[in-house]
Design a protein around this ligand. Sequence first.
Ligand SMILES: N[C@H](CCC[C@H](N)C(=O)O)C(=O)O
Length: 278
Amino acid sequence: MENRKAPSQIAFMKMHGAGNDFVIIDSRGRDTVVTAKLAQALGDRHRGTGFDQLAEISDSQDTDFTLDFWNSDGSRAGACGNATRCVSDYMMHELGSDALSLTTQRGTLHAKRLPDGRVSVNMGHPQRDWSEIPLSHAVDTLNLPLPGTPAAVGMGNPHCVFFVKDAEAVDLPAEGPGIEHHPLFPQRTNVEFAHLIAPDHLRMRVWERGAGITLACGSGTCATVVAAHLRGLTGRAVTVEADGGTLQVDWRDDGVWLTGPTAHVFSGTLTPAFLAAL
Ligand SMILES: N[C@H](CCC[C@H](N)C(=O)O)C(=O)O
C-alpha cells in the first residue's frame, strides 16, 4: 500500500445547526486524517477549536461522499443528524444540487434542501429492539426499568428519552452522566429530557454521550419524537424546541426526517505546530 504522509496543515470549517456545533474536515482525495487524539485535542474549547462533534468527509464509491463522526471526548458516534444536515448543505452548494446521498456508519442517507433554505435528512428507521440500540439485556424499550421510566430508541446511536413535567427545570450535569454511563447501556447513551407543549410541539434538552450539554441534537430530536409518538403523546410530525433553536421531525414510512437551519461560521487551517503537538 502506498504510504502517503499526513498533511502538515489541515483545513477545516466551523458549522452549526441550531447551536449544535461542528468542525468539519474534508479529506476527499487523500487519506483520512482524523484520530481519537486529534478529535480530543481539537475538541478542547480552550486549546483547540471546540465542537460538539468533529465530522470528516471522505470519498465514497456509491454516494456523493462518506461522513464519519467523533465526539469531543474522542469517542466515535454512529450518527449525527445536525452535522449531516450542515455538511449536506455545503456539499449541495458544491454539487449545484438540491438533493444528495451520503454514506455513514448506518448506511446510505438522503438529504435535500427545502425552498425555505432549511436542510432535511432522512435519518432512517428507528431501532426499537434492545439488541440494536444496544441495551445490555432484553427489556421493554419503551418503558425502561429505571427511575422516571424513560424510553430507549436507536437512531444509529443510542438515546434514552425521559418525559418530564418541565424540561427546563432539569439539572443536566446532575442527571445526565449517571444515565450516560448506566450499565443498561453498554456503549453509553445520549440522554434527552422532553415535555409536551402540544401534540405537535415538544420542548427538549439534551445531555450527549461524549460531549455533555449541547444546544441541540438531531438524532436525539428524532428519538424523542419516535418515543413521544409511540407513547401516544404526539403525532408523527412534531416541532421540537431545543436550547439552541427549532427542529422539525417527520416520521414517515421511509424513515425519520429531520429538518432545520444550518450555518457555516468560518473556515480555518490547523497549524503545523498544533498537529506536531498531538
Ligand atoms: N449532535 C448529534 C448527535 C451526536 C451523538 C453523539 N453524542 C453520540 O455519541 O451518539 C446529532 O445532531 O444527531
